[in-house]
Design a protein around this ligand. Sequence first.
Ligand SMILES: Cc1cc2nc3c(=O)[nH]c(=O)nc-3n(C[C@H](O)[C@H](O)[C@H](O)COP(=O)(O)O)c2cc1C
Length: 362
Amino acid sequence: MNIGKIDLAPPFALAPMAGMTDTAFRRLVKRKGGCGLVVTEMVSSDGLVRGIDRTLEYAEYTEEERPVSIQIFGGDPVKMADAAQIVEGMGADIVDVNMGCPVPKISKHNAGCSLMREPEHAQAVVAAMVKAVKIPVTVKMRAGWDDQAINAPALASRMEEAGASAIAVHGRTAAQSYSGFSDWDLIGRVATGVGIPVFGSGDCVEPSQIVQRLNGGPVSGVLVGRGALRNPWIFEQAAALRRGEPARPIAPAERARFLLEYIELLLQERNGEAAGFRHVAPGQPAPEPRPARGHDRWVINKLRALNSWYTKGIDNGSHLRVAVNAAESIAQLRALIVEFFETGAIAGRAAHCVPPPQPSLR
Ligand SMILES: Cc1cc2nc3c(=O)[nH]c(=O)nc-3n(C[C@H](O)[C@H](O)[C@H](O)COP(=O)(O)O)c2cc1C
């Protein structure tokens, strides 16, 4: 599968997930293999244009993540074109437009999924971006706004007309948020209706499902979100299945190591030792050193967020969720992770384990 001149091998991608697909997580997923493209968390076009540090941080990536797509959101064609130029200046391979976010904070600003309600305007946004940059512009959308307004096939054609190089479709409406199922028949109709590659997105939590979606329909690629948060080896396993090989089982010690490595990468960021981050294209002056984030709390909160997904579906996973949510230091986190994956439980937890709160879905 190609997006512009970029070859995605294999055609499996880590879906954009706000709060989750940070550079540390993306690097670790990429190192496991089988992932042809990673997409950043959504980044505000407004924040990029205004040069807000925090926004620029969301867009940071490292060389080992390539090819990397930076997803931006916004509803103003001029700002989105300017932001696309900034993304291109940062050396990203692809700039992606968020037309799927149902969260009112985003959609009420004429951005995210509300762009699907104004197809002409959405087309103008993408056309302005395509005109402004040389890198491929892609669009990620939902099925539509609600059951009465399922317009992904028509909107995808407009996006193709506007010059988009690829489309990704999460087959739920904004009104559905994450309830029900992703409609892969609809995704298939989008894929057959346009000449550009289409990624399908939604509900692939097993490696075999990724391969079935790719082989059993007209999509060119598959985006995986929550399945990769639970199992970052899902791409490597799917790639093996696609080659006709068995999917490698993941030992508990390896699962522990993933979380410990995630902590290490976050600590490097916290300490300001993030030399590999890029703010500029090759040949441009070196970026300013990144300021240290300073606090363990940031690392602890990020680990908690990942852990709430990572422990889903694991025997006694709630032990680790509850314990990690109560831990107050990084040393404690490390010890809990080692104990859990070595013994399959956390001592003394079973008796007072309560069901964890569901992580909020975006
Ligand atoms: C925590 C979380 C954050 C998300 N953030 C974004 C986002 O920033 N941009 C976006 O286009 N989609 C976002 N999504 C949607 C996913 O990219 C994906 O389309 C959706 O989760 C369905 O795929 P899945 O079943 O494989 O998770 C998010 C999903 C989750 C669970």
